[in-house]
Design a protein around this ligand. Sequence first.
Ligand code: PEP
Ligand code: MN
Length: 369
Amino acid sequence: MEKQFDIIPLNEWLPTDSFPLVISGPCSAETREQVIGTARKLAAIPQVKVFRAGLWKPRTRPSTFEGVGDIGLEWLTEVQQETGLLTAVEVARPEHVEACLKNKVDILWLGARTVVNPFSVQELSEVLKGVDIPVMVKNPLNPDIALWLGALERLNKSGIRKLAAIHRGFYYYHHALYRNQPMWEVPIELQRRVPGLPVICDPSHISGRRDLLLPVSQKALDLEMAGLMIEAHTDPDHALTDANQQITPEALSELIASLVVRQSRGNPEFETKLQMLRREIDKMDAELLDILSKRMKIVDEIGQYKKENNITILQKQRWSEIFFDRLNLGSRIGLRHEFLLQFLQLIHEESILRQEEIMGFNEAGGKTD
Ligand code: PEP
Ligand code: MN
């Protein structure tokens, strides 16, 4: 657990009266009409509390739309005044921070491409020293939890206490279902390491396409994430950036209505039954480990016996018999094939390792001490 963080709880700097908390707005601000038009519609959705818009866009290729820049700040001031929504903007350079502060943007965020670079994060932290503004930090492109933590740490050390993390998925060389692999275990580990740090999920950049927004959002809620950041545009098909993943404010409203809100605690009857089941699991886990330990002791005994009789450790015939027998047995009693494969393989590897130690050599083939 990371002890050095000093974080103000999310509900002290964002209204969290309607669940879930939603941050929405276009990927990029394009025109005044688009910004105000989208914000008006989003403001009518009770869960939307923050209006996001990118003004300086980090683009992979030059000569694609790189954002409207400073002029967008004026449109965001109009959004604040007309709708009462808070505003959030991505900052990547100290000049962006200064322009946002001058124009009273409510919340800043650091994008995935900025968080990979400690020099940039340090520069931004320095201009933010002594400024009381909430900052949200997207995960870096690669699933490096230390890099994500490091960025949060640099900001926190500069006195930013209204901090949140945004989980937007991770770059993966093989384009599978998602634009960015969710790797849910990474934000879960971040939360474990920094208790009290709100983690907001960005299903838009994870999905990269509209039909995945609902299942990804649902998963985020089921993992008790603090909120959702979802891109919305009045005319998503013609958006200048991220057109495939943006949705209309109407579609966002439907998406929010389709989310199933599960409580993290149930009624007393439910809790009693749950506790009973958990106790059973605890007992079974202890039995499982006990059996596993007994099995390994027999493996050791066999190893000793093989050593005394100068017999090889790995006897392929015996192993393939075991493998097929246990696979059949397990499948018949409802265990998944893939799980059985991995489980049996793991037991086999451990058995071989133990017998190698008994024989007096380790995995690398050298003598053990
Ligand atoms: C964005 O939010 O539009 C954006 C550029 O996101 P990311 O930094 O996650 O790619
Ligand atoms: Mn985007």
